[in-house]
Write a protein that binds this ligand. Structure first.
Ligand SMILES: [Zn+2]
Length: 181
């Protein structure tokens, strides 16, 4: 019997705010699977799984730790590990493994097939991305116009190329036309 070398890797492509947004967009099933596979937790609820992943985000993303190194592969990743006698070899190990399994620190692809208007028509909750953490809700009016609900006066400001964020789909393209309340 001897100690095994084990390593945990998680993508390092987004900041903590974006990782949280990815967590919000993550399906219940994916969150539960990540937590049960990595931590061996059984009968975990979706809320418990999300809370556990959120804890991992706050422990790892953007945090300088003595037991985690950023390593550049094709992108960047958190790497931690060491010799294990069956336990976690570093304090960060479970956290990093969990982020890797949940995928919340990986850059999410922009969905180009549809835009925020399509999401709104399907009843998805959509936010304007550019002012996170002060994001504003976006809604579709009865006359079909897309409105960004903001109390900020943005008249005259060009934001045409901005990406919107859908709770279900992640990043989506801006609707062709939209207006501020
Ligand atoms: Zn959507």
């Amino acid at each position: 019997m001897g100690a095994d070398y084990v390593v945990a890797i998680a993508p390092m492509e987004v900041d903590a705010d974006e990782a949280v947004m990815n967590l919000v967009a993550l399906s219940d099933e994916a969150a539960i699977t990540a937590v049960s596979v990595v931590l061996g937790m059984e009968d975990v609820t979706a809320n418990e799984a999300r809370l556990r992943i959120a804890t991992a985000i706050h422990a790892i993303v953007g945090v300088e730790r003595r037991d985690v190194d950023p390593v550049r592969f094709e992108g960047q990743a958190y790497v931690t590990g060491g010799l294990s006698w069956g336990d976690s070899p570093t304090a960060a190990f479970d956290e990093v493994a969990l982020l890797g399994a949940a995928g919340v620190t990986a850059k999410q692809p922009v969905i180009s097939e549809h835009n925020a208007r399509d999401c709104l028509l399907q009843g998805h909750e959509v936010f304007a991305w550019w002012d996170i953490p002060y994001r504003h809700a976006v809604e579709i009016r009865e006359d079909g116009t897309v409105m960004v609900l903001t109390d900020t006066d943005r008249s005259g400001e060009s934001v045409g190329d901005d990406t919107f964020y859908c709770q279900k789909c992640g990043d989506v393209e801006a609707p062709d036309e939209y207006d501020y309340r």
